[in-house]
Design a protein around this ligand. Structure first.
Ligand code: 1CP
Length: 436
């Protein structure tokens, strides 16, 4: 009898190369020059897959002019101008639902990807190569701001963000840098470099959106130490330590103002402020701890970009879960956001009526339930039409999801959603706006 053959030992997973090493550089080059292997995917924007390479930084200087914009539907809608079709893009459009994203992400940990401009740009371009989207959003994360304030932030596989030393008590705020110690231009230079390179690499296909987390949403992560079901510790701060809560929110706001202004200087053509956890608060807490800070953020970014003769860019606020008529009226009447992004639970006609109470024109963005993208093609088309109809005629809408793409979303679902907005919205845009 022959001896049993030993099963070959499973190959140990190869760890990704360390940033800064020649192996890491070689891995980036290999990734960026990979053949057009994702070209078989759904694709409908007419420019062809992989026709948007990440440009070689050596060919660009700080004075190289940006290419002219070919598709300005998103910017025109944000400014309140008439459009022939509703622009469409999706929160978290650069993400794990894309096989090429997962492949590129294997290069290293999440924040290394954010800090490597060529990779951040590659991840930003991936959904633009595949789908007929009308805007790109720079690949980064809201949690780069707690890092710039001196906190450690890890992105744990299957868990999400983890801040190992949260600010659980007001005295622990001493661990944070003071405003004057935060050097936004140098500590977040990698974001600005990625934005500049992305503006060039997009070749004017669509505008580039920069972003940040809103002060309250960032405070939630800084106090809780990560994601949470209901942000009880962060909410407790507002009641137990109101003065210190204001100090923390002020510090974050002041850093965000400079961060967004620098994004515009780097080439961001629009800005979005994500207030993902604003819906956790009472109306009174919203009015006291959120509204003044998101208001100051928009007002200062607009004033400072103007004073510095930078482009005037539209700003969007996503007050997720806080879209009561009272809150939407307050946002429309007392802040300078050009667009308000709605989550899927908000009723579009009520939101339209609420923002119409403002003396200025405020546009809306949203708000297809992301769960629709798991449905059949016919169902996705029908629900997309229903959503567009609910916002009414006359434009002033950016089509988006009510939250973000999810890792198990089928690619086909996004393609069909985008396609239906392209097909159905021109007729709605042609008609005059309905009176509220
Ligand atoms: O390893 C991975 O790939 C993790 C998945 C991931 C991605 C793709 C994270 C971790 N962040 C991002 C990129 C990201 N995050 C972008 C750029 C890409 C794009 O939008 O196409 C943006 C705009 C964000 C913004 C962000 N990060 C928000 C606000 C928007 C929202 O979705 O509500 C929030 C709350 C975060 C924190 C965060 N980062 C990552 C996760 C999984 C989370 C959420 C954790 C939680 O639920 O508490």
């Amino acid at each position: 009898m022959s001896a049993p053959v030993a099963a070959p030992a499973a190959a140990a997973p190869v760890p990704p190369p360390q940033p800064g090493t020649p192996e890491f550089e070689a891995a980036i080059v290999a990734t960026l020059s990979a053949p057009a292997k994702w070209s078989e995917g759904p694709f409908s924007n007419g420019t062809g897959p992989n026709t948007l390479p990440v440009l070689d930084t050596a060919s660009l200087t700080a004075d190289t002019p940006f290419p002219a914009l070919k598709n300005d539907l998103f910017l025109r809608t944000a400014r309140g101008e008439a459009c022939e079709r509703t622009p469409v893009w999706c929160h978290r459009q650069a993400g794990r639902y894309l096989p090429e994203f997962k492949e590129t992400r294997r290069l290293g940990d999440f924040f290394t990807m954010c800090r490597t401009p060529r990779i951040a740009v590659e991840l930003t371009l991936q959904p633009i190569r595949r789908f007929a989207l009308d805007a790109a959003i720079i690949f980064s994360d809201i949690l780069v701001i707690p890092q710039a304030l001196g906190m450690e932030v890890l992105m744990k596989e299957g868990v999400g963000p983890v801040l190992p030393a949260p600010i659980r008590t007001p005295d622990q705020m001493s661990r944070l840098k003071k405003r004057e110690e935060v050097d936004v231009k140098s500590s977040l230079k990698y974001v600005f470099d990625a934005i500049r390179l992305c503006r060039h690499s997009l070749q004017g296909t669509v505008p580039l959106i920069g972003f940040c987390g809103a002060p309250w949403t960032l405070a939630c992560y800084m106090i809780e130490g990560g994601g949470s079901k209901s942000y009880t510790q962060a909410r407790r701060w507002l009641f137990a330590h109101p003065a210190e809560s204001h100090a923390l929110l002020s510090l974050i706001t002041d850093v965000l103002i400079e961060y967004l202004v620098e994004q515009v200087r780097a080439g961001a053509q629009a800005l979005e402020v994500f207030d993902t956890w604003s819906g956790e608060l009472t109306q009174q807490c919203y009015d006291e701890f959120i509204l003044p800070y998101v208001r100051k953020l928009a007002a200062e970014v607009k004033a400072q970009t103007k004073a510095q003769q930078l482009p005037s860019v539209p700003m969007t606020l996503f007050p997720k879960g806080s879209d009561s008529a009272a809150t939407l009226r307050a946002i429309a009447q007392t802040t300078e956001y050009d667009l308000v992004s709605l989550d899927w639970a908000t009723n579009p006609p009520e939101a339209r009526a609420a923002v119409a109470s403002a003396p200025r024109s405020v546009g809306l963005q949203g708000n297809l339930d992301p769960a629709v993208l798991y449905c059949s093609e016919e169902q996705i088309r029908a629900h997309t039409r229903k959503m567009l109809d609910a916002f009414g005629t006359g434009g002033r809408l950016v089509a988006n999801l009510g939250h973000g793409m999810l890792p198990d979303h089928p690619l086909e679902g996004l393609r069909v959603f985008v396609d239906e907005v392209h097909n159905y919205s021109p007729n709605l845009c042609k008609q005059p706006a309905q009176q509220q």
